[in-house]
Every structure is written in C-alpha cells, then in structure tokens.
Design a protein around this ligand. Structure first.
Ligand code: COA
Length: 159
C-alpha cells in the first residue's frame, strides 16, 4: 500500500487580475476564479494519485470578499481526505498586498476522482496525517463526505 503525506501534493498558484478577468461590476469574475481554483485542486489530486483526475463535486464554495484589477491572487490547495478512488482538496484563495499581507477571499472543497487509462476510477494512495490540524481536517472531510453522498442520492432521487 502506498502512503503519502499532505505536504507531498500541496500546490500554490499566483495570478494578477487583468481587465479580461473582470465582470460588469469591475470585480474578478467568479467563473474565472472557479477555473483557477479547479486547476489547483487538479494539480493536488494529480500529485497525490499520479493519475489523470476529474472533478465530481465542488462544495463550500464561499466568496468572502471581491478582488479588483491588478490585485495579486494567491491560490493554495491541500489534501484533506482520501477515500478509495476519490480525494477531497481544500482550496483557499487570498489577495496578497505589496507588503505580503494576505486576506482570504474564497474557500472551497473539491472532490476529484483518479482515473485509469480506460477512464475508470482507480485506487489512490493512503494519506498519512502528521499534525493535529490534518487530523481535524480529515474528521471534517469525513463529515462532508457523509453529507455529499446523501446529497448525491437525493439528486438521483430528484429530491
Ligand atoms: C468520475 C466518474 C468517472 C465516477 O464514476 P462513478 O460511476 O460515479 O464511480 P463511483 O460511484 O465508483 O465513484 C467514484 C468515487 O467518487 C465518489 N463520488 C462520486 N460522485 C460523488 C459526489 N457527487 N460527491 C462525492 N463523492 C462522489 C464515490 O463516492 C467514489 O469515491 P471512493 O472510491 O473514494 O469511495 C463519473 O462520475 C464521471 O465521469 N463524472 C463526470 C466527471 C466530469 O466530467 N467532470 C468534469 C466536469 S466539467
């Protein structure tokens, strides 16, 4: 059985908000940010699984503050929980000021599934938890998993 740590797959990207990233209210367009955070979640999942991956669910996507032209956007992703073939990735987004201060503007959880060469779900490495924070994040991840599975069942049942 392959074991990996949270640090093995952490990812961070940085973007500058350009005019083509703005919406009609002159703020960063939410759809652009969603693409950026989906990419970071995908990098984390690929690093952990060493497979191609796909997004099956996104939740807790919360926009806390707006971002504006020329803002520096820092996006950080880390694994919080792994199942058999699925992985939960927590992605936090910050605006970083010139003096290095960061204000969190978004938080999201992604579920990514590892796929084999036939696009079938494939087993991912186990996760070794090294800190109390990682253990807490895992416990919260398990609780979110329980809710997601129920939500998927409700969706399939048309509720
Ligand atoms: C990913 C996909 C291949 C999985 O197929 P599937 O028949 O649902 O396979 P499974 O039921 O075995 O699910 C695979 C894993 O995903 C999890 N999963 C599936 N749907 C989920 C959901 N809505 N929420 C949380 N987890 C989910 C399952 O619990 C399972 O996890 P585990 O192996 O860790 O226990 C299929 O759902 C798919 O192709 N979806 C579309 C993905 C896509 O195109 N994304 C891009 C959108 S633009």
């Amino acid at each position: 059985m392959i074991l990996k740590t949270v640090d093995d797959s952490r990812a961070e990207t940085v973007h500058i908000v350009r005019p083509n990233h703005l919406n009609a209210a002159n703020r960063l367009f939410g759809g652009v940010l969603m693409q950026w955070i989906d990419e970071v979640a995908g990098i984390v999942a690929k690093r952990h699984s060493n497979c191609k991956v796909t997004t099956v669910a996104v939740d807790n996507l919360t926009f806390l503050h707006g971002a504006y032209q020329n803002d520096m956007i820092v996006i950080k992703g880390k694994l919080t929980w792994v199942g058999s073939t699925s992985m939960e990735i927590c992605v936090d987004t910050y605006v970083e000021t010139l003096d290095g201060q960061r204000m969190r503007i978004n938080n999201a959880h992604f579920i990514m599934v590892a796929l084999d060469e036939n696009d079938k779900p494939v087993q991912v490495p186990r996760l070794t938890l090294q800190t109390e924070d990682e253990q807490l994040a895992w416990a919260h991840g398990e609780e979110r998993r329980r809710i997601r599975i129920q939500r998927k069942k409700d969706n399939l049942d048309g509720i």
